[in-house]
Write a protein that binds this ligand. Structure first.
Ligand code: ATP
Length: 507
């Protein structure tokens, strides 16, 4: 805790949603140059705290002060003018505007009463260069991958004279090289430029790499607030999950018992040969029943486009696909679903959740036909019961009747996984399945996916930017690079993080 008045301090913050105290009197302080790592289970209240501190929501009780002076923040703009800049989980920049327009949104430069387009473009170029972002500042932001947009959000946040930076899970969309770049940036911004940074992150290794202090929130209360040197990862994992760290594992060692027998490759379920389209140069691979196939590759390597092509969202210009031994031409997501393929998107906000429907409906909507008697009359009771069961399996925390958009980010991700399970698929295509999911549940999801393959004979295909995740969950691994996949499969058990990174770069 700060002993003098420098920095900002929040005390006794209480936030209530639907009669429930989501924050139960949280106190936290941040000094210039300091990095706080804020951790906690999905739904612990981390994003809500950040929103209270940035003026996006008003707490029911509590005080915030800056350098000893009491503050009442009325909006994020208000906070911004006082030097508090925030990057939320939901990206806020506008995809239809250019990179430059996004950087200056609402704060455009003028010269002689007119917009100074040239000046703005120059600043934009400088800023993107500083952040090693290879973007054309005149292009639409929406043309760039999520990772680029995420880094740009951070660039924009620091650009506006920020003294304090609040970041909500900024690394979920980044791959390892970009994460390293981001962590270096956090160090530079805090230690060289003196910014105070509050960083929400589920990955212990990232927090231990940059944080000076760790604050762990559990069910809306501060459970740990300690210098990073004085608190062990195990203690934090235990506080968050309520289980000893030895059974859960910190994120960098989320490995399952690799001695467990993996089933030998069963029938070939999916065989892709020389698949080509505008995003895929030449992709061949084979996936078997009863196995988990990990697809590893850098962002832009074609891994996401490949999954989308398999469900009919990308054209097949040439090459062949066989599904269960018969030729398969992907037509549409609905057709793919009828053939037993379930797909989890990486972009839950764009083509995932239906924000205004509740979580149970979100999980079961794609299989609604199964619950209508004689194809006519819906059986809502059975439907909800089934939905609730999947919510339990995925340990979704939060209201099941409120709009799913009011659930925490990690819990929304779990709802989407529940939706995939509800389809009783034979083939699972999962793009970044544990994005934003907390440490405890992440391990559970890995176990569940392996069990679905080993015990029920499903074919599970997982795309992940995290080497640890690929190695923890997959039996076999293929590498995507620049739209190519040779089809050469390696056993995950013998591989290391470094092997994967090297392979992805050297193809
Ligand atoms: N606008 C809202 N309306 C109703 N409930 C909300 C709203 N925003 C958050 N909540 C609830 O507050 C609780 C805390 O959510 P919050 O998003 O702060 O969690 P979190 O710790 O950031 O989780 P995650 O790690 O999943 O991002 C959750 O139970 C969530 O459903």
């Amino acid at each position: 805790m700060a002993t003098d008045n420098t920095g900002w301090r929040a005390e006794g913050i209480v936030k209530v949603y639907s009669g429930i105290q989501v924050l139960k009197g949280v106190s936290i302080s941040l000094r210039p140059g300091e990095v706080i790592g804020l951790v906690g289970h999905n739904g612990a209240g981390k994003s809500t705290l950040l929103k209270c501190l940035s003026g996006a929501v008003t707490p029911e009780a509590g005080t915030i002060s800056l350098d000893g002076e009491a503050l009442t923040l009325t909006s994020p703009q208000d906070a911004l003018h006082r030097g508090i800049s925030t990057v939320y989980q939901e990206l806020a920049l506008l995809p239809n505007l250019t990179v430059t327009e996004n950087i200056f949104l609402g704060e455009e430069l003028t010269k002689g009463g007119t917009l100074d387009r040239r000046g703005m473009r120059e600043v934009a170029r400088d800023l993107t260069r500083q952040f090693n972002l290879e973007v054309d500042v005149d292009r639409r932001l929406g043309d760039y991958p999520v990772a680029t947009r995420q880094l740009l959000e951070i660039a924009v946040a620091t650009h506006r004279d920020a003294k304090y930076l609040l970041l909500d899970e900024p690394t979920t969309a980044l791959e390892s090289a970009q994460v390293e770049q981001f962590l270096a940036l956090v160090r530079e911004l805090s230690k060289d430029r003196g910014l105070g940074i509050l960083l929400i992150d589920h990955k212990m290794s990232e927090l231990y790499a940059v944080a000076d202090r760790i604050v762990a929130l559990v069910d809306g209360e501060v459970r740990i607030d300690a210098d990073v040197a004085s608190v062990s990862e195990e203690a934090i994992v235990e506080a968050i999950t309520g289980e000893p760290a030895t059974t859960v594992g910190a994120d960098h060692q989320v490995t399952l018992d690799r001695d467990e027998p993996t089933s030998p490759p069963g029938d070939v379920v999916l065989k892709v040969e020389n698949l080509r389209n505008k995003d895929l140069e030449d992709v061949s691979l084979t996936a078997h029943a009863g196995r988990v196939l990990g697809i590893y590759g850098l962002i832009g390597s074609g891994r996401t486009e490949f999954l989308r092509t398999l469900i009919g969202l990308g054209a097949v210009d040439s090459g062949s696909i066989e599904l269960f031994g018969a030729p398969y031409t992907p037509k549409s997501p609905a057709d793919a679903q009828r053939r037993g393929i379930a797909y989890l998107t990486e972009e839950r906000k764009i083509d995932g959740i239906i924000p205004l429907r509740d979580s149970v409906s979100n999980a079961v909507l794609p299989v609604i036909n199964r619950y209508s008697r004689y194809g006519l009359q819906l059986q809502p009771g059975r439907l909800r019961a089934a939905g609730n069961e999947y919510m339990d399996t995925m340990r979704v925390r939060g209201s099941r009747t409120a709009p799913v958009a009011s659930l925490s980010g990690g819990n929304q991700q779990k709802v989407l996984l529940a939706r995939v399970l509800a389809q009783h698929p034979k083939v699972l295509l999962l793009d970044e399945p544990t994005k934003g999911v907390d440490i405890g549940v992440k391990v559970e999801i890995h176990r569940m996916l392996r069990a679905l393959a080993a015990e029920q004979g499903l074919t599970v295909i997982v795309v992940s930017s995290e080497e640890e995740e690929v190695l923890a969950v997959a039996d076999d691994v293929v590498i995507f690079s620049d739209g190519y996949c040779s089809g050469e499969t390696q056993h995950a058990a013998g591989l290391t993080d470094a092997d994967l990174r090297k392979a992805a770069w050297s193809h």
